[in-house]
Design a protein around this ligand. Structure first.
Ligand SMILES: [Zn+2]
Ligand SMILES: [Zn+2]
Ligand SMILES: [Zn+2]
Ligand SMILES: [Zn+2]
Length: 428
């Protein structure tokens, strides 16, 4: 798989060595040893075809490239635990663990509700004692496949334009293109939706006319048919709504285009070693006080000073400064990756960090979860998230995954995310 840009975990042997040689110097938390961290930055995709699932892309925004195109998360797994609306795709990273046959391909997907008020509620839930069925507005799924599998060739993609898309998957929502379209438009029987909300959005923004067109086209093509146009102008969504699972594999060119205009913009995630940025680091200290990586990323220096002032005299200030210093090596990083049992996230603040007890056990094997990567707030800047009080903002989002990357019959396994918010947002 040499051609595939990927994030490799380290082997179990290497892990053992690290543990053996690790020095016992836990007293000074800020004096962490420098782990080998891989950074992700974003670039507009040169060709959206490069981000299709048979090329195993690491990408953010747009729609997910589901490696298993059939058995997608559904029901409440695909929804925000608070507003119960479908979650929005944030990013996916291709992170195979080559030492294990079962994880020859391994993809991690992160979804988030775009509502800041849901994220604030999520914070309360995050701190609760762990029991099952916590409501979350941030969800992570892990998917893995062996080299020999029903979906993809065991040869690596050639990346020369000759790679062919694999078999068709489940029909997706005509609005978000993200989740299964299990409900079908009752009039045209073509458009499919993951939720009533997305049907309503699609109807309002053009399907009302498109729907009539689809019906008209299908009628004129089937000569002799005397089916009357249904009265769709009344616009009662529930009249149009009907369940259809029987034809779920039927794809229709007219409706597979994603209509939604509120998806986050699509980028390719480019992977580089953090140490590659070492030489450029200290020359340009201006980043440490620039607006880069201040909350919402677009605030003026005044706001930044005000923000920094809040930390005066407490350990948050120290944490913030070392966060800024480390980030300044590559200020546009959106992702930091390090799958190593010793690795820790780089927290912007000293408050709002999880303790060991806050990190749950694996839902499937009950084994430990370990930190794997973190998503930086800079991603929100690239997504064009506005600086409104109710628009999304976070300090960092750390993702914890099953240490064993265990196998179960469940296709997309839910992992755990910890979100650290800035103190301007109320916290428990
Ligand atoms: Zn929500
Ligand atoms: Zn949808
Ligand atoms: Zn329709
Ligand atoms: Zn597990």
């Amino acid at each position: 798989m040499n051609d595939v840009i990927s994030l490799q975990g380290i082997s179990l042997d290497e892990e053992a060595e690290i543990i053996e040689f690790e020095e016992v110097d836990d007293e000074d938390e800020e004096e962490e040893e420098e782990e080998y961290v891989t950074l992700g930055t974003v670039e507009r995709a040169k060709n959206p075809k490069f981000l299709l699932r048979h090329l195993f892309p690491s990408k953010s925004g747009g729609v997910p490239a589901w490696l298993d195109p059939v058995d997608l998360p559904s029901g409440m797994s695909s929804r925000c635990g608070f507003c119960e609306q479908p979650l929005q795709f944030l990013l996916q990273i291709y992170a195979p663990i080559s030492e294990k046959e079962a994880t020859f391909h391994r993809m991690l997907y992160v979804f988030m509700c775009p509502s800041m008020s849901c994220l604030l509620q999520d914070q309360h839930e995050q701190w609760k004692c762990r029991d099952d069925n916590l409501r979350r507005s941030v969800k992570v799924f892990r998917y893995q496949l062996p080299q020999s599998n029903p979906f993809y060739s065991s040869d690596p993609p050639r990346h020369d334009g000759t790679d062919k898309p694999s078999s068709a998957g489940a029909a997706l929502c005509s609005w978000c293109g993200t989740w299964k379209g299990e409900k079908v438009c009752g009039s045209c029987k073509r458009a499919r939706y993951c939720s009533e909300k997305h049907q309503a959005m699609h109807w309002k923004t053009g399907h009302k006319n498109q729907c009539r067109q689809i019906i008209y086209n299908s009628e004129s093509s089937s000569s002799g048919s005397s089916v009357r146009l249904p009265n769709i102008d009344k616009g009662h969504m529930n009249v149009l709504f009907s369940y259809s699972i029987k034809k779920s594999f039927q794809l229709n060119i007219l409706v597979i285009l994603v209509a939604c205009s509120t998806l986050w913009p699509e980028y390719e995630i480019i992977i580089e070693d953090e140490c590659a940025f070492d030489s450029e680091a200290s020359e340009d200290n201006s980043y440490a006080t620039s607006m880069v990586l201040t909350p919402k990323h677009t605030k003026t220096d005044d706001t930044y000073q005000h923000f920094l002032g809040k930390f005066e005299g407490d350990s948050n200030k120290r944490s913030w400064a070392s966060f800024q210093e480390r980030i300044s090596k590559c200020p546009n990083q959106v992702l930091r990756y390090c799958r190593d049992p010793m690795a820790k996230p780089l927290w912007p603040l000293s408050i709002g960090r999880p303790s060991v007890a806050n990190i749950p056990k694996c839902n499937y094997c009950n084994g430990p979860l370990c930190y794997e990567f973190q998503i930086m707030p800079q991603l929100l800047y690239y997504f064009g998230v506005r600086n409104d009080p109710d628009s999304l903002d976070w300090g960092t989002t750390a993702v914890y995954t099953c240490l064993a990357s265990c196998e179960t019959s469940i296709s997309y396994k839910e992992e755990f995310a910890w979100v650290q918010l800035y103190p301007t947002a109320p916290m428990t």
